[in-house]
Design a protein. Structure first.
Length: 135
């Protein structure tokens, strides 16, 4: 076999990719999260646009937090490398755990709004007396 056809020679660039993915996950995801946290003003109430922007930034942070280790695991699986598979598997487990916990907390702190009445709309019916049902 020549040097060009040996499997270990075909993927000389992969260790660099794994290092870049790992450091992007280790430092980039917390920086994205901090940017999302500090996107809202600390004084007074935030506008709906600011809350929507922050929620969008948190969502993209969660996507990046899961996608980077997932790419690392897939590359390790394709090239059959055990150490990167374990490292990125642990990173993926941690990311999914933190994202799941954050989503659970977010769901608890923001329950759906209570309806204001039993009837969501007042619709007049033909032959009626122009009163809303229920009040």
């Amino acid at each position: 076999m020549t040097a060009e056809t040996r499997p270990e020679q075909r993927f000389d660039w992969l260790p660099l990719v794994w290092v870049l993915l790992f450091f992007a996950w280790l430092f980039g995801v917390p920086l994205l999260f901090l940017r999302a946290v500090f996107a809202m003003p600390f004084t007074g109430m935030a506008s709906a646009a600011e809350v929507a922007r922050r929620d969008s930034m948190v969502m993209w942070t969660e996507i990046v937090a899961v996608a980077l280790p997932l790419v690392g695991v897939l590359l390790a699986a394709v090239t059959r490398r055990k150490v990167p598979a374990v490292v990125f598997g642990i990173a993926l487990f941690l990311s999914v755990s933190v994202v799941g916990y954050e989503r659970t907390l977010n769901a608890r702190h923001h329950p759906p709004p209570e309806p204001t009445s039993d009837w969501p709309v007042c619709q007049e019916h033909s032959g009626g007396d122009n009163e809303c049902p229920g009040g």
